[in-house]
Design a protein. Structure first.
Length: 368
């Protein structure tokens, strides 16, 4: 049995498995074949892979000879009868998933894994969001026209930057920690009251809005809120936005367009030189102005849309992603190096999108 590691498309610097992870595959009695140059943007050479027992091939050779194909982004090749594992966002890319299923491919989309204690070591959304939150603050600091920390100098005092973070998931929490290290004053909004204590423990102020829908049954993911709550939310957020120098937005709902958290009026209420980093840009963004992978100016406010900041730190991002993938593969590969799909295992079942020509994920099937 062979695991194939595909090269990612232009603009994606990560690789699904670095050489140290590939060496673990070899120890699992599995052959490893890597597309020529797959690890180059993450600073892993072909020779590095060969040293741990992997072979190098063309893309066509890797696809033809592999049982399991690993990638981050969805490959658009003509692929038949394989096991595909990556971050495929099937609730958005359901037509491609349907096409793959019709070609008798088994599809595992690791971004759909349940957010349970057992699944934490395989949670790619969390591992990559951690990097995104960190890099979002560094990006904001480099683009912001003023200091982050308070300074007392002979030339006068400099007030600290005021940051508002919308969403206290993994990305938001890391953004809080990073911003506090740089000396910013941080406020945080989240629809889940349960995160208040964690936010405060990091030294940020939690902005509360009463009446949020219960998200406890959503497997760790955000849920859609009522219109009444949204109105209260908008009013409270508007007050904080008007005082903020930097806003970082992270709000996404699986399978739906990202909610608009910053109205046009809120954006225009910010002072000239302010920065908005929108991490939800790939699913529409948290403002009406956001454009994915673009930086735009709205008056004197700079809006940076980037949902793939993890790719800007490819070595560590690839390392963590590869570890997530390795842990998942241990569920579907037996000690002899053969594929064993145990659909009695909740993690295997919930992560599988298609098998034996059929869409197995109910939410994806409902879209077709």
């Amino acid at each position: 049995m062979t695991i194939g590691i595909l090269k990612e498309p232009a603009g994606e610097n990560r690789v699904s498995a670095l050489p140290d992870i590939a060496s673990n595959f070899v120890k699992m009695n599995v052959a490893v074949m890597v597309e020529d140059g797959a690890g180059a943007n993450a600073f892993a050479t072909n020779a590095d892979y060969e040293k741990v027992g992997a072979s190098i091939g063309t893309r066509a050779e890797v696809i033809a000879q592999s049982t399991i194909l690993l990638s981050l982004q969805m490959p658009l090749d003509d692929i038949k009868g394989k096991i595909l594992l990556g971050v495929y966002q099937p609730l958005f890319n359901f037509q491609q998933v349907k096409n793959w299923a019709s070609q008798q491919n088994t599809i595992f989309s690791i971004d759909t894994i349940p957010r349970t204690t057992r699944a934490q070591a395989m949670d790619v959304l969390s591992s990559q969001a951690n990097i995104a939150g960190y890099k979002a603050v560094l990006l904001a600091s480099s683009e912001y026209c003023r200091y982050f920390p308070m300074f007392m100098t002979a030339a006068g005092s400099i007030a600290p930057a005021k940051m508002l973070i919308l969403g206290a998931g993994v990305a938001g929490l890391q953004a809080i920690a990073t911003a506090k290290r740089l000396g910013a004053v941080v406020e945080v909004f989240d629809t889940r009251p349960a995160v208040k204590e964690e936010v405060q423990s990091l030294g940020a102020k939690f902005v509360e809005v009463e009446g949020a829908a219960d998200a406890s049954a959503a497997g760790g993911y955000a849920v859609e809120q009522s219109e009444e709550y949204k109105q209260k939310q908008q009013q409270r957020i508007a007050e904080s936005v008007a005082k903020a120098d930097i806003v970082i937005t992270t709000a996404q709902i699986p399978g739906k367009k990202a909610p608009i958290l910053l109205s046009d009026e809120m954006v225009k209420s910010m002072r000239n030189g302010s920065i908005i980093i929108d991490l939800a840009s790939a699913t529409g963004g948290n403002t009406n102005f956001t454009k994915n992978n673009e930086t735009i100016m709205v008056g004197g406010v700079k809006i940076i849309g980037n949902s793939n900041l993890a790719s800007s730190m490819p070595s560590d991002a690839s390392k963590m992603y590869g570890k997530n993938i390795l842990n998942f593969l241990k569920l579907i590969i037996d000690k002899d190096g053969n594929v064993h799909l145990n659909f009695e295992d909740e993690l295997v079942k919930e992560t599988c999108i298609a098998h034996e020509g059929k869409i197995t994920n109910e939410r994806v099937a409902a879209l077709l």
